[in-house]
Write a protein that binds this ligand. Structure first.
Ligand code: INI
Length: 209
């Protein structure tokens, strides 16, 4: 019987029933001090959500930066450290009378996206970009939009989504996403006979969802 090296339908099916249990996962958080009234709420809700899903306090590292503009560099450095399953960026950019807002929004969104691709680690965009202070406060409130908690949820989901995908990469020796795979191989065996193409000899265990 022949079978494919990997079967994405298996992965997708498991992702549909994804749980948010995050026990054993590690998260970095970069939070901007600018508009602290808002960002401190984003941070507390984010941390609370992670803790509720089983993340240990020791497995959360928070780095504060002056403003949203400074977030991407720190997020990239944290993500590249191989110490985190995901990095969460929190900030609040609020429109003023000048084009400053546009420059910061452009840089922080572009920078965070680029950092994730460079580091090959999920980096979550939990940066509010609003027209008014009231909108920003509303979005940070756990009882309303709760963007801090939402960022934590996205980070857990992405960490869990990436795990089985990386295992497939490791076990097959393929580079599906064009990035380096640095985690140590600990799953599925690959049998390679001389002159033969690699074949999966065992079911690759997926992250239990
Ligand atoms: N930083 C923010 O995080 N939010 C803002 O609304 C903001 N505004 O409006 O100016 C802001 N500016 C600071 C900026 O992010 C940098 O820290 C600063 O330019 C130094 O590089």
């Amino acid at each position: 019987m022949t079978f494919r090296l990997y079967d994405f339908s298996d992965i997708y099916m498991k992702q549909r029933t994804i749980s948010h249990d995050a026990t054993g996962l590690r998260f970095g958080i970069v939070v901007a001090a600018f508009n602290k009234l808002v960002t401190s709420k984003l941070l507390s809700s984010c941390v609370e959500w992670l803790r509720q899903q089983g993340v240990k306090a020791d497995d959360i590292e928070v780095v504060r930066v002056p403003g949203a503009f400074e977030i991407p560099l720190v997020a990239r450095t944290m993500a590249k450290s191989s110490r985190f399953n995901a990095v969460i960026c929190l900030g609040a950019v609020i429109r003023g009378d000048t084009p400053h807002f546009d420059y910061i929004c452009t840089e922080v969104s572009r920078g965070i996206g680029q950092a994730a691709l460079d580091a090959d680690v999920p980096i979550i965009f939990g940066v509010l970009t609003t027209h008014t202070v009231a909108q920003a406060i509303e979005r940070s409130e756990p009882a309303k939009f709760d963007r801090g908690g939402e960022a934590a949820r996205s980070a857990i989901e992405m960490a869990r989504v990436m795990r089985p995908l990386r295992r497939v990469e490791e076990a097959t020796g393929s580079d599906l996403y064009g990035g380096a795979c640095s985690a140590s191989p600990q799953t599925g065996t690959v049998s390679k006979k001389k002159g033969a193409s690699p074949q999966r000899s065992k079911e690759i265990p997926l992250w239990p969802c």
